[in-house]
Design a binder for this molecule. Structure first.
Ligand SMILES: [Zn+2]
Length: 50
């Protein structure tokens, strides 16, 4: 039972990085780009610039 919880915690650290197709910065996969807000070719979050 406790082993299961440990594995779930480790999964968070095993996030692979993608390269944003919009701005080219390293972005965790399955997460919208923190720099430009794009995810899978479309803007999903609004990023404040400046
Ligand atoms: Zn980006």
């Amino acid at each position: 039972m406790k082993k299961r919880l440990r594995r779930a915690g480790q999964k968070w650290r095993a996030v692979s990085l993608n390269v944003c197709s919009e701005c080219g910065s390293a972005t965790p996969s399955h997460i919208a780009c923190p720099s430009c807000g794009f995810y899978k070719g479309r803007q999903v979050i609004t990023v404040k610039e400046l």
